[in-house]
Design a protein around this ligand. Structure first.
Ligand SMILES: [Zn+2]
Length: 385
């Protein structure tokens, strides 16, 4: 089956202008100025009438098994549903374990990743979790990366956090080396994705890794760097040494008092003059979100990739040009994580496509060539939705 998206205002993420985008199977096969003539085969034509077409978003930090559990066993969050991703325009996801790398396992994480793939998303995993010694599938981080196809590296290793294992410099250096070598052996990203807590040590360990070892800067991907302002200053300066930083789309009020809202962090980064390809954003979906009313816990909810759709709409509402706002959601994580065919609209690339509505939110979403959302409604649902 062919699908022709005609009269699309394409942001690839670079603005291409009005184009016709032809999809065959799971791929984009042509992007043309003149409308292509197609005869003799069935083709679904969708006239976008000049609406904006962007790449599917890449969310590299999601607790796809459900996360949480830090306020007692009843606060372990359930796994997000398929439409939590697709309604947000997220078509690629990297799943991970966090605080609970005891009752949640790498095997269970991989099962969730395979389930999302069968439901139509593109999905990968970080091995490990917050703690050392690491939770793995095979018993060794390097073996996991080298032999288990969806595993791209290690994450989220907690540092500068009271919930961490208080890993030493040598332990973190060894882990980063295992990621780097595992990546070399496979052509995968081989990245160490680091959870930053509120601790005053901030990015000390990362600076030492750059100063005292041969580990390439591209191996290190610190996340939650907007959780306090001093940490964000450190993160901006470490990008100058080649490290790509990750801002979390925390809902307002869920982090520390001097948290920097994700939209403020992205705007500050874009205005800083630093290299544009050093910033990614992710949702931390699957974690639990307590809702308070006048200091009373009234309801427990869980985060989803929807935070990324909110963040993109927020940025556009502030007047950030779409071509500047898009790369941290698309091309940059796809490049940093070596997800070939993802994060861009290109001939030969994957047909992960999002139509933005007038409200700057995803109205229609195609993942791997199949429509999942039409006119703001899910048309494909997860198994238990
Ligand atoms: Zn985290």
């Amino acid at each position: 089956m062919l699908t022709l998206l005609s009269n699309a205002d394409v942001y690839a993420p670079a603005p291409l202008g009005r184009r016709h985008v032809l999809v065959a199977g799971e791929r984009v096969v042509a992007i043309t100025e003149a409308r292509p003539e197609i005869a003799g085969v069935p083709v679904e034509v969708v006239d976008l009438g000049g609406r904006r077409l962007i790449p599917g978003l890449v969310d590299a930090h999601v607790h796809v098994t459900g996360g949480g559990g830090e306020a007692g066993p009843e606060t372990a969050a359930p796994a997000p549903f398929l439409s939590h991703y697709t309604m947000a325009g997220v078509t690629s996801v990297v799943g991970l374990l966090g605080t609970d790398d005891v009752t949640r396992t790498t095997a269970g994480l991989l099962r969730a990743v395979y389930g999302l793939r069968r439901e139509g998303l593109s999905a990968w995993a970080w091995t490990g979790g917050y703690h050392l010694p690491p939770t793995t599938l095979t018993g060794a981080v390097r073996t996991d990366i080298a032999t288990v196809e969806p595993i791209l590296g290690f994450g989220e290793l907690a540092i500068s956090d009271h919930r961490s294992s208080q890993p030493t410099f040598d332990e973190v250096a060894r882990l980063a080396a295992d990621c780097h070598v595992g990546g070399l052996m496979t052509g995968k990203a081989g990245v160490l994705h680091l959870h930053l807590g509120d601790g005053a040590r901030g990015l000390d360990l990362l600076r030492r890794l750059l100063d005292e070892t041969e580990i390439p800067a591209r191996t290190l991907h610190p996340t939650h760097v907007n959780r306090r302002s001093g940490l964000f200053d450190e993160a901006l300066s470490i990008t100058e040494r080649g490290v790509t930083i990750d801002v979390t789309a925390f809902p307002p009020g869920s982090a520390a008092d001097d948290e920097i809202l994700a939209a403020d962090a992205v705007v500050r980064f874009l205005e800083s003059g630093l290299e544009r390809q050093r910033l990614t954003v992710s949702s931390d979906g699957g974690g639990c979100l307590p809702q308070f009313d006048a200091g009373e816990l009234v309801r427990m909810d869980f985060a989803t990739s929807g935070a990324l759709a909110d963040l993109l709409a927020d940025l556009l509402g502030r007047g950030v040009p779409l071509e500047d706002a898009l790369p941290p959601f698309t091309l940059t994580p796809a490049t940093a994580l070596r997800l070939g065919g993802k994060g861009r609209i290109a001939e030969g690339g994957d047909a992960d496509l999002v139509v933005l509505g007038d409200d700057d939110r995803p109205s229609d979403v195609m993942a791997r060539g199949r429509w999942h959302v039409r006119d703001g409604q899910p048309v494909v649902r997860g198994t238990f939705e």
